[in-house]
Design a protein around this ligand. Structure first.
Ligand SMILES: NC(=O)C1=CN([C@@H]2O[C@H](COP(=O)(O)OP(=O)(O)OC[C@H]3O[C@@H](n4cnc5c(N)ncnc54)[C@H](OP(=O)(O)O)[C@@H]3O)[C@@H](O)[C@H]2O)C=CC1
Ligand SMILES: CC(C)(CO)C(=O)C(=O)O
Length: 341
C-alpha cells in the first residue's frame, strides 16, 4: 500500500497521522526538523478526552522535512498546515504529486482547498473539517481535548481512505455542502481570538457568561451577514448554528445544563490561536474574523465587532495584552458595535 502523506506535521497532522499509523496505515509526515527529532525519540503518542491512548512506534511512520527528501509515491495527501502556509504547501506538492492524487485540506478557514486546487490542478482536492481540539503536549504527545467527527466533502474518492480512517477510530463523515460546514466551523472559530485574548483554557473561558456574550456578539454580526448574502450554515454540533448566540448568552447555571456538550472539553484544552500567540507565530485571524469583514465589505456593510477582534489580536501578535477579562472584552466589543455608523 502506498503511504498516505500528511503535509504539515503539527497538532492536527500528528494527531491524525499518529492515529492512522498506530492502526497500521503507512504514513509519511512532512514537518519541521525539530519535531522530527522529537518523534525519532518518542514516536507519536495520541490520546483523547475519553481516555483513549495510542502509540505509533518510530518504525510505523516516515518523517521528512521537505518533499525532496525521499518523497514516496502516494495517492492521498492530507494538508494540515496553518492557512498562511497553504500556498507554499501547494507549490511544494505541485512538483511531486501524480495526476489524480486525492488531496484533502484539514484546515480552518474557508478557502484553503481552493488555494490548493489552484496549485494542484491535476489532483482531486477536497475540503475537510476538523471539529475537535488538539494540543501538542510535547515529547511527541498530541491530545484531543474535545469531541466531534472529521467531516469531508462527499466524493467517490473517499472510498480510498474510508477503511483506514475507520480502523483508526476516526470515521470520516461525508457532507454534500462543505461551504455550509466551513462557515459553521468559522462561527465556532470566532471563539479563537476570544480564547487567545483571555489567555485561559477553553473550558474556563466558556464557563463565564461575559466571554460567551462577547463571542455571541461576533456570531450575531456574522449570522446577519450570512443571511443577507444567502449563505447557508450546517448543523455541525448538537445545536443548529443560528441558535448558538442565544444558547451562549444564557446565565452560567443554565448554560451548564443547555450547553453541556460545549463544555465537554478537557480542562487544559486551548484554541489553536492561543497556541500560535504562545509560540510567537502568525495567527489565522485574517482567515477567520477577516472573512467576516470581507463578507461585510462585499455587501456594502461593516463588521465592527469582528474588526475589533482583529485589531486586538494584531496587538497581541506584537506583544500586546493577552489577559482580558470577559467584562473588559465585552465592553470593548459593545463599544465598537455601537460606535460604528
Ligand atoms: N490545533 C487545533 O486544535 C485545531 C486546528 N485546526 C486547524 O488545522 C490546521 C492545522 O492546525 P495545527 O495543527 O494546529 O497547526 P500547527 O502549526 O500545529 O501545525 C502545522 C505544522 O506544519 C509545519 N509546516 C508549515 N509549512 C511547512 C512546510 N512547508 N514544510 C514543513 N512543515 C511545514 C508548521 O511549522 P511552522 O510553525 O514552523 O510553520 C507546523 O509545525 C489549521 O488551519 C488550524 O486552524 C482545526 C481544528 C482544531
Ligand atoms: C476545535 C477548535 C474550535 C477549538 O478551539 C478549533 O478549531 C481551534 O482551536 O482552532
Amino acid at each position: 500500500m502506498k503511504p498516505l502523506v500528511i503535509f504539515g506535521a503539527g497538532s492536527i497532522g500528528c494527531y491524525i497521522g499518529g492515529r492512522l499509523a498506530a492502526s497500521g496505515t503507512a504514513v509519511h509526515l512532512v514537518g519541521r526538523p525539530a519535531l522530527g527529532e522529537t518523534l525519532d525519540e518518542h514516536g507519536i503518542q495520541t490520546s483523547d478526552h475519553l481516555g483513549g491512548r495510542w502509540h505509533a512506534r518510530r518504525d510505523q511512520f516516515r518523517y521528512a522535512s521537505d518533499v525532496s527528501d525521499d518523497f514516496p509515491a502516494t495517492d492521498v495527501v492530507l494538508v494540515c498546515v496553518k492557512s498562511a502556509a497553504t500556498a507554499e504547501a501547494g507549490a511544494a506538492l505541485a512538483d511531486v504529486l501524480a495526476p489524480g492524487t486525492l488531496v484533502i485540506s484539514f484546515q480552518n478557514g474557508l478557502h484553503n482547498a481552493e488555494v490548493l486546487a489552484q496549485a494542484l490542478p491535476h489532483c482531486e482536492v477536497l475540503t475537510g473539517m476538523v471539529p475537535f481540539n488538539v494540543v501538542n503536549q510535547g515529547q511527541g504527545h498530541f491530545h484531543q481535548g474535545s469531541q466531534g467527527q472529521l467531516e469531508v466533502q462527499q466524493a467517490t474518492a473517499i472510498a480510498r481512505i474510508g477503511a483506514a480512517f475507520d480502523a483508526a477510530g476516526l470515521t470520516l463523515q461525508q457532507h454534500p455542502d462543505m461551504a455550509a460546514v466551513l462557515w459553521s466551523k468559522l462561527i465556532l472559530n470566532l471563539n479563537n481570538p476570544i480564547n487567545a485574548l483571555a489567555g485561559i483554557p477553553l473550558k474556563t473561558e466558556l464557563s463565564q457568561r461575559s466571554y460567551r456574550r462577547a463571542l455571541a456578539l461576533a456570531q450575531i454580526e456574522t449570522l446577519r451577514l450570512l443571511e443577507q448574502a444567502n449563505i447557508a450554515t450546517a448543523k455541525i454540533i448538537a445545536l443548529p448554528t443560528p441558535w448558538l448566540p442565544h444558547a451562549l448568552s444564557v446565565p452560567d447555571w443554565l448554560f451548564r445544563i443547555l450547553g453541556g456538550k460545549m463544555l465537554a472539553i478537557d480542562p487544559q484544552a486551548r484554541s489553536s490561536m492561543w497556541e500560535d500567540l504562545e509560540r510567537g507565530r502568525r495567527t489565522e485571524i485574517d482567515w477567520i474574523n477577516g472573512e467576516v469583514v470581507r463578507l461585510a465589505e462585499s455587501l456594502g456593510q461593516q463588521a465592527p465587532v469582528n474588526r475589533m477582534l482583529i485589531q486586538l489580536i494584531r496587538e497581541a501578535e506584537q506583544g500586546g495584552r493577552r489577559d482580558w477579562s470577559g467584562d473588559e472584552l465585552l465592553a470593548v466589543l459593545r463599544c465598537a458595535a455601537t460606535a460604528a455608523p
